[in-house]
Design a protein around this ligand. Sequence first.
Ligand code: AMP
Ligand code: ZN
Length: 472
Amino acid sequence: MALRLFNTLSRSVQAFVPLDPAGQKVGMYCCGPTVYDFAHIGNWRTFIFGDLVRRYLEFKGYKVHHVMNITDIDDKIIKRVHETRTSLREFTAQFEAAFFDDLKTLNCLMPHQTPRATEHLADIVALIEKLMARGLAYKAADGSVYFSIEKYRTGGCQYGQLVKLNFDQMRVGERVRSDEYEKEALADFALWKARVPEDGQVFWPSPWGEGRPGWHIECSAMSMKLLGPSFDLHLGGEDLMFPHHEDEIAQSEGAGVQPQGQRFVKCWLHGAHLLVEGKKMSKSLGNFFTLRDLLAKGFSGREIRYLLLTAHYRETFNFTLEGLQAARAALMRLDECLGKLRALAGNAGAKENSTLVGQFSDMLDEDLNISGGWGAIFEWVRDTNRRLAENSLDAAAAAAALATWEKLDTVLGVGAAPEFNVPAEINSLLEARQAARKARDFRRADALRDELKAKGWIIEDTPKGARVKRET
Ligand code: AMP
Ligand code: ZN
């Protein structure tokens, strides 16, 4: 079956057809983190959604070029740089590094490119110059450069492709300098912001004087530079539809760089937001969690990833700590089944079972129906457990079941249970304990067992020999 996705541009589910005439290559841009703080669990929902899209496209055989920018120039960052009296790079580097660490903890694939706005000033300035040359941008009395929505519209272009806008609210010549504003504040937006004292040392030269770029133009410039003026997929959370993505379209299409008849982006995907305990996350409500807060509570990246992957991306997701407990229990069920299959399969190799893979991909083809995909997996777990209990599976069948799971896991990225990723140090302690037992040195064997236990690992003696399991 062919993949179908909900395109915000058409507000409908459409067949996904790449721009590449060979139908192979896919260009995908995800708006990345603003590195002014640690990413929170809502941000992670959106980034894991991007990871799912990438992994599923690869599962379908597409060759994905995945770009995720690092927003390292922005109003919020400059405010914090000012408050903390650090340099821009020093300030953003710590949160950028934390972001990449968290990305690994959650087993997200590293994007192929992660451009920083600070490395693309020349591209940003060149794009603004194009808009100036086409009469779509103007320098205002405050020294900043703005995008003229009126000129864009009278030139025959549509502003308001992703969201419906009420132009009666708009007063010609009204401007908005901040990067984030509501639809009701519809106005010409800033492409280049003239330097003000609060910017401190955060400024660059430009043909319009010293200053810095607006947030929206950063993404237009970096995405087109790395993926070309017209590419397949652009992703972000639903809050980015307006003004960020709407402004990206206006700037990128306004520059007139796309081939005849093509748009800046063919398909826009937006993930719904995450709430915590039914409410918008906020520090004052005490329901604000970074990934690190949850790790400190004893949850693993794997459990958090699993939970965030259980709901459809266009549904608002209510995150709770009970939900995380339930995720832990669901993974334990899966792990138990996989553990039994591993013990039975031994070293037997096999090909995957195409029925389950087919059921799973039929679900995901339909606008990434992940809950349907999990439904098929847990049905299979139940069936496998039944067959294990009746002893009706042989080593080859168990190996085929494992190969099937591994294939599906290329999309899910939930991976093996931690006990199957046994650190080398733990393995050598286990081997030493086995050697001690063989030599009938039970004192030493017991001491090694205690040492393993102190490190959080328990020994299980199975018919196939001893193995270690993480203590739960
Ligand atoms: P930011 O670092 O604020 O630019 O946000 C990074 C990404 O996280 C963007 O795609 C946002 O749309 C997304 N995002 C922000 N808050 C939430 C939330 N509560 N739930 C889901 N995604 C969010
Ligand atoms: Zn962006």
